[in-house]
Write a protein that binds this ligand. Structure first.
Ligand code: GLC
Length: 535
């Protein structure tokens, strides 16, 4: 196992590798089919050996789990399915002893409809102070039978639900996730207290869910296509909220990562000014197909937008909301398929795996911090979930047209030959695991020098022990069409070949790691990446 980290400077987050844990699917310690904190604690040595600097837990609080925990009923309690607060505290300190910091996920835009505040709001009725914490409104139309405005939902469907007394309440996501009213001082105060609560318990950082959505335009005006500002995205008031949060984080040395999806890079960078959030997710990189021009542009834009505010970039290839990388990069347009008699796309997992291996080296060589999503280090593909087992509300709200996000949330395979691949001992996992996953199991991959897990372990070890990685400058090197080649400090060079032929490598180099074998002439084959030290 890797030695515990020496005490690191306060800016650890500028180049950290952060591992995202979806607690429900990581490891099931009590055998009930749902992952839990006991499961995570038992796997901490695995994470230390992998070589990550921090873990980010998607919400672990008390929740009816209508939206996988992003419907929080009580921020100060751990969901009983996952464990207890005392266990979370133990986990945070055990992880820290192994050199791993903890990041929790705060969901300030909305709460669960089972949250005490929302129940009180329903009970108290129209005009009450309790309703002021949410967005309750009378409806439009002669009988108030029409929603108060026309805002589109972040999931498909309506954003308003009517309650028996005739008022409507706003929910950008599901009806079980009522939006909070951020113009209400109690809402602000409560979240500041929640931040303190978790910083007091030793967490090193907070991920802010839907960070650009909390503030709503006064009066909740109708949505007008192209209107600037948008009535609920990126309202200016958000910056005051995050400045107040920053002073709290600074008291504890804590850091923020915001989930900020904004196409406008100048607006995005505002959230990263020195007195606001430390970092934000960069989704443009993730949204690129396996295409050199798109990836290069995303990297250049990202670095350019972060530079003026002095914030480090973050890089992410997948998370609990998007199709797994191996499947995404493995989608090959096949034209007409004579076997199935359809035009369309086929997923070539071998291709997707090769590209994902190269993408891992690309991502880990870029300046800034990197997020890995559990199972990414195993090269898990997106799983097909049988119809009757789908859980994601996104699927149901789309009327069944969107498969939803369950395919990337399937419980982890730990041991090839154990029941449920060692995820848990007894009950069926909450989402079914595919029958052909034994080859992905941690124990099989540990023993295999050519596995995805071995690649990630080697890459993370080198990223720690070698100079030139993480925060710092990047300069592009001349390269043929379809090839990304860049230099980092101390002669560190990364070359990624997305072209259709093999390419030669710079002279006088030492090879640190490659995502696949070089060819007989020492050239880098298609869909392969390499890290070099060039003298
Ligand atoms: C974020 C989460 C997603 C959740 C949504 C609503 O986008 O990542 O999983 O459904 O917020 O909270």
């Amino acid at each position: 196992m890797a030695a515990p980290l020496p005490p690191s400077p306060d800016d650890w987050w500028r180049d950290a590798v952060i591992y995202q844990i979806y607690p429900r699917s990581f490891a099931d310690g009590d055998g009930d089919g749902t992952g839990d904190l006991a499961g995570v604690r038992a796997k901490l040595p695995y994470l230390a050996e992998l070589g990550v600097d921090a873990v980010w837990f998607t919400p672990w609080y008390a929740s009816p789990l209508v939206d996988g925990g992003y419907d929080v009923a009580d921020y100060r309690t751990i969901d009983p399915a996952f464990g207890t607060l005392a266990e979370a505290e133990k986990l945070i300190s055990e992880a820290r002893d192994l050199g791993i910091r903890t990041i929790v996920d705060i969901v300030p835009n909305h709460v669960s409809d089972q949250h005490a505040w929302f129940r009180a709001a329903l009970a108290a009725g129209p005009g009450s102070a309790e309703r002021e914490r949410f967005h309750f409104r009378p409806g439009r139309g002669p009988e108030g039978e029409l929603p108060p405005n026309d805002w589109p939902s972040q999931f498909s469907g309506t954003t308003w639900t009517r309650v028996p007394d005739g008022e409507w309440y706003l929910h950008l996501f599901t009806p079980e996730q009522p939006d909070l009213n951020w113009a209400n001082p109690e809402v602000r105060h409560e979240h500041e207290e929640v931040l303190r609560f978790w910083f007091e318990r030793g967490v090193a950082g907070v991920r802010i869910d839907s960070a650009a959505l909390l503030a709503k335009a006064p009066g909740l005006p109708d949505f007008v296509e192209g209107a600037d500002p948008h009535p609920y995205i990126d309202q200016d008031e958000l910056h005051d909220i995050y400045r107040a949060w920053r002073t709290i984080a600074d008291e504890y040395g804590g850091v923020f990562v915001g989930e900020v999806w904004l196409p406008d890079s100048e607006r995005f960078a505002r959230y990263l000014r020195p007195d606001e959030l430390h970092t934000a997710f960069n989704f443009n990189f993730l949204a690129c197909p396996w295409d050199a021009d798109c990836l290069r542009r995303a990297i250049e834009d990202t670095l350019a937008e972060h530079a003026p505010v002095g914030a480090p970039a973050t890089w992410v290839l997948c998370n609990h909301d998007v199709t797994r990388t191996v499947t995404r990069y493995g989608r090959a347009d096949t034209g007409f398929d004579f076997a199935t008699k359809v035009f369309g796309t086929r997923t070539d997992l071998a291709l997707g795996t090769r590209r994902s291996r190269a993408a891992a080296l690309l991502t880990l060589a870029l300046p800034g911090s990197v997020y890995l999503y559990q199972g990414e280090e195993l090269g898990l593909p997106e799983a097909d979930i049988p119809h009757g087992r789908i859980q994601d509300p996104m699927h149901f709200r789309s009327g069944g047209t969107d498969p939803g996000r369950d395919g990337c949330r399937v419980p982890m395979p730990w041991a090839a030959d154990e029941p449920h691949y060692g995820f848990g001992t007894e009950a069926e996992p909450w989402l079914p695991q595919p029958d052909d996953w034994s080859g992905y199991a941690v124990d099989r991959q540990t023993a295999d020098p050519g596995s995805m897990l071995t690649l990630y372990r080697d890459a993370l070890r080198l990223r720690r022990s070698e100079t030139g990685f993480g925060d710092g400058p990047l300069s592009w090197l001349p390269a043929p069409e379809g090839v990304l080649s860049f230099a980092r400090p101390d002669g560190l060079v990364c070359v990624v070949n997305l072209s259709t032929g093999a390419v030669g490598l710079p002279a006088h180099h030492a090879r640190l790691l490659s995502s696949g074998p070089l060819d007989d002439e020492g050239r880098l084959p298609q869909d392969t990446a390499v890290w070099l030290r060039v003298r």
